[in-house]
Write a protein that binds this ligand. Structure first.
Ligand code: PGA
Length: 243
């Protein structure tokens, strides 16, 4: 696990945008794994800038998002479908039929999970998987526990995640208690390169824990230590614990 410490969020976002852009430039048919949350928004803005400057073409790129709340209507303002449209897809040219986000509106979540894994396999896996990390060490919505599921599955959100994500929901808006998420094994097995972004002082304890030479399902992100090509880009606040 290679850790790069940037001065601030802006620098982190520029670096992440450059790494992602390089993957697209190297292979116009590449497959990108994408994340939601506040952390990757700056990197998405960098990709949009490059696209609008005519430097980056997404016409042949395929994307797979990590997760989606369940149950969740596709057009709900809190859905990750809408988040991705607003923060990235509406401003670049990935064809709609190459965009994949788990569908939280289906009745048969299990069938949706199996279909999702099949699509990733059919696409030949993921060239670059972008990840954030939860304060509790989750990746996607793989929450700490005694065991972790391998493939895409439906997962109950922990109290810590419900609290951390409550900030995205308005007063009176019900936050879903479950999510569909790629499994830890699918992330590790299916991704050739992994790029994790970590920013802000709140992430200091988990980033510190992640640097210990231990793998535990109580810190799902620690399983990334088993992957041969993981780069973590963090800001000074997350690395040194000072705001
Ligand atoms: P954040 O979420 O980017 O909003 O901090 C990260 C995560 O929970 O994976």
């Amino acid at each position: 696990m290679n850790i790069i410490v940037c001065d601030n969020y802006q620098e982190l976002s520029v670096m992440a945008g450059d790494i992602m852009a390089a993957v697209v430039k190297e292979n116009e048919n590449c497959v990108l794994g994408l994340a939601t949350g506040s952390t990757p928004v700056g990197a998405y803005q960098e990709l949009i800038k490059k696209h609008q400057a005519g430097e980056l073409d997404f016409a042949h790129v395929t994307t797979f998002n990590l997760d989606e709340y369940y149950p969740m209507a596709v057009d709900n303002a809190q859905s990750y479908h809408v988040f991705m449209q607003e923060n990235l897809f509406k401003s670049i040219n990935v064809p709609a039929d190459k965009i994949h986000v788990p569908d939280g509106s289906v009745e048969d979540a299990q069938a949706q999970c199996e279909w999702y894994d099949e699509q990733i396999e059919k696409a030949g896996g993921i060239d670059l998987m972008l990840l954030g990390i939860g304060e509790n060490g989750h990746i996607g919505f793989n929450e700490p526990g005694d065991s972790l599921e391998c493939g895409t599955h439906i997962h109950k959100l922990t109290e810590s995640t419900l609290q951390a994500n409550a900030r995205f929901f308005g007063e009176g808006e019900q936050m879903p208690t479950h999510a569909i998420t790629m499994g830890v094994a699918s992330i590790i097995r299916n991704s050739r390169k992994i790029l994790m972004l970590v920013n802000g002082v709140k992430k200091y304890p988990i980033l510190k824990a992640l640097q210990e030479d231990v793998v535990t399902t109580q810190i799902p992100a620690s399983l990334l230590r088993l992957h041969p090509d993981v780069t973590v880009i963090c800001d000074k606040a997350a690395f040194y614990g000072e705001a």
